[in-house]
Design a protein around this ligand. Structure first.
Ligand code: K7E
Ligand code: CUA
Ligand code: CA
Length: 640
């Protein structure tokens, strides 16, 4: 989310924070005293002057003892690194990086044939893309809560969506959306809109942020550009359909009944430059009637665009004026909104204002009423517009009726009560909706409470992704770590628990209870069609210039002590790790041949290369596996 930084004169916000800090430094002296005194009298009131960041009460202990396990998993988007990161929460310890869109040196992602097949290659076998920009990650649902099957993550640059299996914690499929640039928001549905008996995720919705000529002819006139909202099948990962829209898509939310999806729009102006994109006073939250779209596709009421065969239905304003047949509904909301988030009671979507100091609360039954012709004015779906502070970006929930919104410009998280905001909007002057505010360090983007976007929201922890960490960590040159902060939200007041540096730049994350996933730690040989199940099957098999080398690993040896190929051979080396014990991973590297990958217990992986350099090459195990790990080698002899 870069928009704000462009709108603020460089450094001005940094200066504001700096002066805030120097003011706080004076009170900082007394804080130590507060903390000390507090140890003596448990439960003593925190002086009102003490910043919430040091409130010592009720704070959950995030410092786990050695060997103690976390109670939650966190799934973090990796940003430029194109991976998904797995954290233990509340400790914030990083446990794993799951490579998706970008090569990874530990796993050999982008090196092995298996990973390249998932990532996508050019006709010459090279990877199609080496860059990515992941923003949003969400998991599959059942009965309104995560079911531990899948998680999805987007690549904004190349309009790709990756699926991660949460049994093996690996990426198993990547799909590129046709006719989309700047694929931003992503959200799985939570129930089937057509067959309500199907109470789990079957679709993943994807918002196209940048409008482009469709088909992309290179037209300069931006008024001709359009964006697409796409639906991907959760199982096959094929693109089911797309909706052509006016304006753009940004973040995406889905309803618990499966009937509605929505995207916030910041560019209804369809401007090509930022000043054009903020010329209108209001933009929109755009709703999609999923069952009607699926019916239109079934009835053949669609076109296709360019080379793509994906059905495209018409969701533009002009074609959707009649509520009785409309596929889409454009609800007008204040200027350039950001995230849209679904409340755990299933009743509301909340659009955060960004350039407006408000959040917009939309009641979903009213939107459905409009589609049914029972609500005359779509605007009546807006049931609250609480004033929360400057630069509202994203909202999460505690399951107790409270919403938490990040304020990018105020460097705060604000806690507000949804019902009270609705009462205030209806004219009740006594309704106070802001419950609490807490300073964060520094500009916050996404935030996510434990199970915050499920019906099982438990209101325990809240993570905040702060885009600028400035002075919170040891300086390491010009590139700063980002600061993921953890806040205890179990009480009335928010309590800051911890800072965690993260490598840029994660954007988005979800946190769920650890017993939701049942990770498998050993593969099955049957998972791999090319598995070498017996070391006796090892050997060098030649078909003209094509050579297949079959090998197994069992600590501390590879099944072949040496293998010979000829210069110019196209070699495919298949390695199966026959070790069955959990945690017994081997690596396989070939010097000068750009090969290094791992094989986990009972896993098979392969690489293909041209043996263009003659000589002796010590292929060795790169993953510590045994006391004789260094001795675990084989020789590739390439004959001239
Ligand atoms: Cu930066 Cu979710 Cu891409 Cu908001 S987005 S911060
Ligand atoms: Cu096998 Cu190290
Ligand atoms: Ca706008």
């Amino acid at each position: 989310m870069k928009t704000e930084t462009q709108l603020i004169p460089p450094g001005s916000n940094a200066l504001a924070r700096r002066s805030f800090l120097s003011a706080a430094a004076a009170t900082g002296l007394s804080l130590g005293v507060v903390a000390c005194a507090d140890k003596k009298s448990e439960g003593a009131a925190v002086p009102a002057s003490a910043p919430a960041t040091t409130a010592p009460h009720g704070a959950a202990n995030v410092h786990l003892k050695p060997g103690e396990l976390d109670s939650y998993y966190g799934i973090w988007s990796g940003g430029h690194t194109g991976d998904m990161r797995v954290l233990g929460m509340p400790s914030g310890r990083e446990l794993l990086r799951i490579p998706c869109f970008v090569p990874d040196a530990l796993v050999g992602w982008g090196i092995t044939n298996e990973s390249k097949a998932i990532m996508g290659t050019k006709p010459n076998g090279d990877l199609r893309y080496n860059v990515a920009d992941t923003h949003h990650t969400h998991a599959s649902y059942k009965d309104g809560n995560y079911d531990g099957r899948y998680a999805w993550i987007n690549d904004k640059i190349n309009a790709r969506v990756a699926r991660v299996r949460l049994d093996y914690f690996i990426c198993d499929k990547i799909t590129q959306l046709p006719n989309v640039q700047g694929f931003h928001g992503i959200f799985p549905d939570k129930r089937d809109p057509v067959d309500q008996a199907i109470n789990y995720t079957t679709r993943v919705f994807c918002g196209g942020e940048f409008s482009i000529p469709l088909p992309n002819t290179g037209t300069e006139d931006a008024s001709q550009y359009r964006s697409m909202f796409s639906c991907v099948d959760a199982e096959t990962m094929e693109v089911r359909w797309q909706v052509l829209i006016d304006g753009n898509c940004d973040l995406v939310a889905t309803s618990y009944d499966g009937k509605l999806a929505a995207t916030n729009q910041y560019n209804i102006e369809m401007g090509a430059h930022y000043e054009d994109m903020m010329s209108a006073e209001r933009d929109a939250c755009l709703f999609f009637n999923i069952a009607r779209i699926e019916a239109a596709v079934k009835e053949g009421k669609f076109k296709t665009v360019g080379k793509s065969k994906v059905p495209v239905v018409d969701g533009t304003r002009e074609s959707n004026k009649d509520p009785k047949t409309a596929l889409t509904a454009y609800v007008s909301v204040p200027k350039n909104p950001h995230g849209v988030n679904a409340s755990p009671d299933g009743k509301y979507f909340v659009c955060s204002g960004k350039l407006s100091p408000t959040c917009t609360v939309l009641e979903l039954t009213k939107v459905l009423d409009w589609f049914d012709g029972k609500l005359e004015k779509l605007d009546a779906a807006i049931v609250a517009e609480p004033e929360v502070g400057l630069g509202p970006l994203h909202t999460t929930f505690d399951g107790r009726g409270n919403a938490y919104t990040t304020l990018f410009l105020d460097s705060q998280v604000v806690k507000w009560n949804v019902d009270a905001a609705i009462k205030a909007h209806a004219g009740d002057k006594t309704a106070k909706y802001v419950v609490d505010r807490i300073d964060v360090h520094y500009q916050p983007g996404h935030l996510s409470a434990t199970h915050g976007e499920t019906m099982a929201a438990d209101g325990k922890y809240l993570a905040v992704g702060c885009k600028f960490s400035k002075d919170r960590f040891l300086p390491v040159g010009p590139l700063h770590a980002e600061n993921e902060q953890l806040i205890d939200i179990s009480g009335e007041k928010m309590v800051l628990l911890a800072d965690h540096p993260v490598r840029g730049e994660p954007h988005d994350f979800i946190i769920f209870k650890r017993d939701l996933v049942k990770p498998k730690q050993v593969y099955s040989l049957d998972d791999f069609p090319n598995a070498i199940k017996d070391p006796k099957e090892s050997g060098v098999f030649r078909q003209g210039k094509k050579v297949t080398v079959k090998m197994t690993s069992q600590a501390p040896a590879f099944s072949l002590r040496e293998f010979k190929v000829k210069r110019g051979d196209v070699v495919t080396l298949i390695l199966t790790n026959l070790d069955k014990i959990e945690d017994l991973t081997h690596g396989f590297a070939i010097p000068n041949y750009n090969v290094n990958f791992i094989v986990n217990p009972q896993e098979t992986a392969s690489v293909t290369f041209v043996a263009d350099e003659p000589g002796v090459f010590w292929c060795y195990c790169t993953h510590f596996c045994h006391a004789l790990h260094l001795e675990m080698r084989t020789r590739m002899i390439v004959e001239a």
